[in-house]
Design a protein around this ligand. Structure first.
Ligand code: C5P
Length: 339
C-alpha cells in the first residue's frame, strides 16, 4: 500500500476502458469532463494530513436582506493559527467514514464528509476515504470551524488526488457548502462580499497592535441563522467600515479602530447576557479593544505584546473562560502533508 501510485477507481475504468483520451475542449459533454477528471485523478500516497484554520472578522457589515433569505455582506476576514487537524486515509472499500474527536460530529452531515462526497460525485469516482477530524476550533462559535474543515478537505483532495479542478470549480463547490467556505480555500486576509463567497485577497499587512489575539469563547453556542434572522434593519450599514479598513490595509496602513465594527455585535450583546458579561470581563482584565467574531459568541481582543496578552489570558482563565492565544496566519500549501 505504501508509496504506491494508484489511479482512483472510477466508473470510467469499470467500463473497461483504460485508454487516456484527449478530449476536444469544445466538444466535451459534462459527463466526459467528469471522466477526464477521473482519469487524471491519482493518489500519490495513502495518507494526507491537512490543517483547517479558524478566522476572525476585522469588520462585518450587513448591507441588507436578499430575496433568497441570505444577507448581503461586506466582511474582512483573517485566518488565525487555532486549527483543526484532518487526516484522510485512502481505503480499499468504497465508503466515506467520518470519525471526529467530538462524537456527535461523526456523521455524513459533517461538512468534511460532504466535501469528500461532493468531489467523488464530481469525478464520478467511488474511492473509499476515512476522515479523522481532531477538533480544536470551538463549534458554533463564529470562528468558521466547520466551513474551514470543508475547505481544507477540498484543498487537500485537489493536491492528494492530483485533481485538475479549476479555481472556479473549487469555488463553486465551496460556495454550495456554506457562505464562508470559499474564503477558507485561500485563507489569509480577504474582503468577502455577496453572501461571503466573493473573496478578494487584501495586501499581506497586519497591524503590529494586533500581533497577538486572544479568542474567548463564552459558555454558549449560537446559531448563525438565528442571529441573522433576528437582526433589525437598523443595524444594517452601507459597508463603509469594510471599505475603509480594506483601503487602509491595501495601503499597508493601520486601520482606525472606529472602523473595526461588526453589525451583528449590538444584537448579540443585547440578546445573550453571557456574551456581554464575557466582554465586560475581558475589558476589566485589561483588554483595550474587544470585538465579536462573525455571529459569535467568540470575542477577540488584540494585543501588541505577548506579555500583555498572557496577563489578560491568565485573568480570564481564572474566571473559568475557554480562551485561546492565537495570531494571524497565512496558510500555505505546506499545511497539506502526505505519507
Ligand atoms: O452559508 P451558511 O450555511 O454558513 O449560513 C448559515 C446561515 O446564516 C444561513 O442559513 C443564513 O440564515 C445565515 N446567513 C445569512 N447571510 C449570509 C450568510 C449566512 O443570512 N450572508
Amino acid at each position: 500500500m505504501h508509496n504506491r501510485k494508484r489511479v482512483i477507481w472510477a466508473i470510467y475504468h469499470k467500463e473497461g476502458t483504460k485508454k487516456r483520451v484527449k478530449l476536444d475542449k469544445f466538444s466535451i459533454s459534462v459527463q466526459n469532463a467528469r471522466m477526464s477528471h477521473a482519469q487524471q485523478a491519482q493518489i500519490s500516497s495513502d495518507v494526507c494530513f491537512v490543517r483547517a484554520y479558524a478566522k476572525i472578522n476585522l469588520t462585518l457589515d450587513v448591507l441588507g436582506r436578499r430575496a433568497d433569505g441570505y444577507h448581503e455582506l461586506a466582511t474582512i476576514m483573517q485566518t488565525v493559527d487555532l486549527h483543526d487537524t484532518i487526516c484522510l486515509t485512502a481505503t480499499g472499500d468504497q465508503r466515506v467514514q467520518m470519525i471526529c474527536s467530538i462524537p456527535e460530529l461523526s456523521s455524513d452531515d459533517n461538512l468534511a464528509a460532504r466535501a469528500v462526497y461532493m468531489v467523488r460525485q464530481r469525478l464520478a469516482c467511488s474511492q473509499g476515504v476515512r476522515i479523522e477530524l481532531y477538533k480544536r476550533i470551538p463549534m458554533a462559535a463564529g470562528l468558521g470551524g466547520g466551513s474551514s474543515d470543508a475547505a481544507a478537505v477540498l484543498f487537500a483532495l485537489q493536491q492528494w488526488w492530483q485533481l485538475h479542478l479549476s479555481p472556479a470549480e473549487l469555488l463553486s463547490m465551496a460556495a454550495s457548502m456554506g457562505s464562508d467556505v470559499p474564503f477558507f480555500l485561500t485563507g489569509g486576509l480577504a474582503l468577502c462580499e455577496g453572501r461571503g463567497e466573493r473573496v478578494t485577497p487584501l495586501a499581506r499587512y497586519w497591524p503590529a497592535s494586533m500581533r497577538w489575539l486572544l479568542l474567548l469563547k463564552p459558555p454558549i453556542s449560537l446559531s448563525t441563522a438565528a442571529v441573522f434572522r433576528n437582526l433589525p434593519a437598523g443595524d444594517y450599514t452601507e459597508g463603509t467600515n469594510s471599505r475603509m479598513v480594506s483601503n487602509a490595509l491595501n495601503a499597508r496602513k493601520d486601520p482606525q479602530l472606529e472602523y473595526l465594527q461588526n453589525s451583528l455585535e449590538r444584537e448579540v450583546l443585547e440578546r445573550y447576557p453571557e456574551v456581554a458579561q464575557a466582554r465586560e470581563d475581558l475589558l476589566r482584565a485589561g483588554a483595550q479593544f474587544v470585538r465579536l467574531c462573525g455571529s459569535g459568541p467568540t470575542l477577540f481582543a488584540p494585543f501588541a505584546e505577548l506579555t500583555g496578552a498572557l496577563q489578560v489570558q491568565q485573568r480570564v482563565h481564572t474566571l473559568g473562560y475557554e480562551v485561546y492565544l492565537s495570531r494571524a496566519i497565512h496558510p500555505n500549501t505546506g499545511s497539506v502533508c502526505f505519507f
